[in-house]
Design a binder for this molecule. Structure first.
Ligand SMILES: Cc1cc2nc3c(=O)[nH]c(=O)nc-3n(C[C@H](O)[C@H](O)[C@H](O)COP(=O)(O)O)c2cc1C
Length: 166
């Protein structure tokens, strides 16, 4: 199976998480890309796609993701496995915590991939999140602003759950 991680990062937190996910995926080899540097055509090369985004504005995608998501086509993702992770700040943005995960999930999920990598909401304190559907987040929520010590552990657990779904 070929795996590709596609992320965008403003100050480096999402980039660091993407790199940690790549190392935890071993022995599965994953290629890692900053979406600012590549076209979405590259999604064609992978059967397992991991998308990483921080939430900016008030519950918005970053500018890079705003543009890139519009270039993703059904043919890039349908019948593949797609997982999402996102960085946010549950104290500063309790009403829009990791919304980018939910925005990407709705957009890409509607194009026919098998979405994997949901994650429990326990252990976070927030009011609203577009990433929460039913009782779960639809991707891995990371908060390096207020819970930096949990990031590596959450990634290790999430990746081990993902491996069971591949
Ligand atoms: C201007 C600005 C707006 C933000 N808005 C949100 C938000 O609505 N929801 C959220 O969960 N986090 C929000 N955050 C927190 C970031 O998502 C968080 O700091 C993240 O780790 C940034 O990752 P990056 O540096 O990889 O882009 C915001 C941060 C900034 C600077």
């Amino acid at each position: 199976m070929s795996a590709g991680i596609f992320y965008s990062s403003t100050s480096g937190a999402t980039k660091a998480a993407a790199e940690e996910i790549k190392s935890q995926l071993a022995p599965l080899e994953a290629e890692i890309y900053d979406i600012e540097e590549v076209s979405s055509e590259l999604l064609n090369n992978y059967d397992f796609i991991i998308l990483g985004a921080s939430t900016m504005g008030i519950g918005e995608l970053s500018d890079e993701w705003e543009d890139w998501i519009e270039t993703i086509e059904k043919k890039h993702v349908e019948n593949k496995k797609v997982a999402i992770f996102g960085l946010g700040d549950q104290e500063g943005y309790e009403d829009s915590f990791v919304d980018a995960i939910g925005i990407i999930y709705d957009h890409v999920g509607s194009m026919g991939p098998k979405m994997v990598g949901s994650w429990p909401v326990e252990g976070y304190e927030f009011v609203e999140s577009k990433a929460k559907k039913g009782d779960e987040f639809v991707g891995l929520a990371l908060d390096d602003d207020t819970q930096p010590d949990l990031t590596k552990k959450r990634i290790a657990k999430w990746v081990s759950l993902l491996k069971d779904q591949l």
